[in-house]
Design a protein around this ligand. Structure first.
Ligand code: C2E
Ligand code: CA
Ligand code: CA
Length: 406
């Protein structure tokens, strides 16, 4: 009888290139192809007795040579990340990308098929990307529950969209001098059949990951413009766009189609985008912003000062408005730094000729300070919490008569 040799320990990697799409978009497919080929040759030699293969798009799979333990696998993964550190050359242009790596150990009884190894590496890759760029994650069973929660949420969200359970709540934006309402921001809520109201922080990230975010936005916008059409003409409607949407080159066209279908003037729509929308693919974001502005839509830079933006973005992209993030407003009373940041943002908006809205105003004293510093618009619980209906529906247009009567 032969004794069965101990299974060889190896690791399966799934490698995803970060920032590959912008390279393709900005420099053309030939540049993208060159980066893929150069990347493959940089890492290929480092898997002797292993295997490296392109898996599709900007994803690669690799099998390591036999390993001692998980630590060895991590060292291989670190090599992959380091291999993309140096820029790639294309016609004397230095192209920079990154890589994320998901690792699954094989040689373990439970991993009895290639499919299972790849499934685990995929779960780990997902975790690596969730942690940020240039990260490595090793599969562990604890990651399974996150996968299940996500697929549950994805299926539920699909049903919710069909059933009309994703609804806009409206929060007033006011003129700080007169306290008159000058607009409403539509904020997404999920009216869940059994779990009650779910906040956007709990489902927008899932919708972004599963590719459902555009549908969520369309559901919110459609309902909001349907009500907003009947508001006084000077009252603006603001909607939030996810960074994921800004990477879609057809975004502007899709949003304008919704306005046209509901006869809502583009000049009354404002879209709010965060600085993070400008990071991964500045050029597509810029093209979308320009197309929206050309059609008359205003563009606001949301949560200003909290993201990974540079002032250069204010030069490259044209905005109509900056929104001061509520964290600065709410820490004003005990932080001189917050005060300095707020007055710098107000100054910046003035110099760039942009409107400025302070968010998260809860106290009358904050209102006084902010308007004293020259901030003209505000939003916050002091003026109104997000609600299902605006002042115009309850006062002048009770739900059904609005649609029927006009
Ligand atoms: P945001 O765009 O910065 O929206 C402002 C958030 O601050 C809202 O939370 C609002 O309810 C809350 N807020 C407003 N005034 C005050 C205040 O005085 N005090 C405090 N403590 N909070 C205040 P909400 O509705 O939970 O939305 C959270 C975030 O979710 C939004 O932040 C936005 O980034 C995102 N979001 C909401 N709706 C959508 C949507 O339709 N699409 C996308 N992509 N993102 C959305
Ligand atoms: Ca917003
Ligand atoms: Ca905000």
């Amino acid at each position: 009888m032969f004794e069965r040799p101990a299974a060889e320990k190896r690791a399966v990697f799934l490698i995803d290139l970060d920032h590959f799409k912008p390279v393709n978009d900005a420099h053309g497919h030939a540049a993208g192809d060159k980066v893929l080929i150069d990347f493959a040759s940089r890492i290929e030699g480092h898997f002797p007795g292993g295997l490296v293969a392109r898996f599709g798009g900007d994803e690669f799979a690799a099998i390591t040579p036999p390993l001692g333990d998980e630590q060895d696998a991590l060292n291989f993964a670190r090599y992959v990340i380091a291999a993309v550190q140096a820029p790639f050359d294309y016609n004397d242009v230095a192209l920079r990308i990154g890589a994320s790596v998901g690792v699954a150990m094989i040689g373990d009884d439970k991993v009895d098929s290639v499919g299972e190894a790849l499934r685990r590496a995929d779960i780990a890759l997902y975790e690596a990307k969730r942690r940020g760029r240039r990260q490595i994650a090793v599969y562990e069973s604890a990651l399974e529950s996150a996968v299940q929660a996500r697929s549950w949420m994805e299926a539920e969200l699909k049903l919710a969209l069909q059933a009309g359970d994703i609804v806009p709540y409206f929060q007033p934006i006011v003129d700080l001098a007169t306290r008159d309402v000058i607009g409403y921001e539509a904020l997404a809520r999920w009216r869940h059949q059994t779990r009650g109201m779910i906040n956007p922080a709990d489902f927008i990230p899932i919708a972004e990951q599963t590719g459902q975010i555009q549908e969520v936005c369309e559901a919110i916008m459609t309902q909001a413009v349907t009500l907003g059409r009947f508001w006084p003409a000077h009252v603006m409607l603001s909607v939030n766009l996810s960074p994921v949407q800004l990477r879609d080159k057809d975004l502007a066209q899709k949003l304008l189609a919704i306005l046209a279908a509901h006869d809502f003037p583009a000049s009354r729509l404002e879209v709010e985008i965060t600085e993070n929308a400008l990071i991964t693919d500045l050029m597509t974001a810029k093209t979308n912003i320009e197309a929206l502005r050309a059609a008359g839509v205003s563009v606001a830079l949301d949560d200003f000062g909290t993201g990974a933006s540079t002032l250069n973005h204010l030069r490259v992209c044209q905005f109509d408005k900056i929104k001061i993030d509520q964290t600065f407003v709410q820490s004003m009373a005990d932080s001189n730094d917050s005060i300095a940041i707020i007055s710098a943002i107000i100054g910046l908006s003035r110099n760039f000729n942009l409107r400025c809205t302070a968010e998260g105003i809860e106290k009358a004293s904050d209102l006084e300070l902010l308007s004293g510093w020259g901030c003209a618009e505000g939003q916050g619980y002091l003026f109104g919490r997000p609600a299902e209906r605006t002042a115009f529906e309850t006062v002048t247009a009770p739900e059904d008569s609005a649609a029927a009567g006009r």
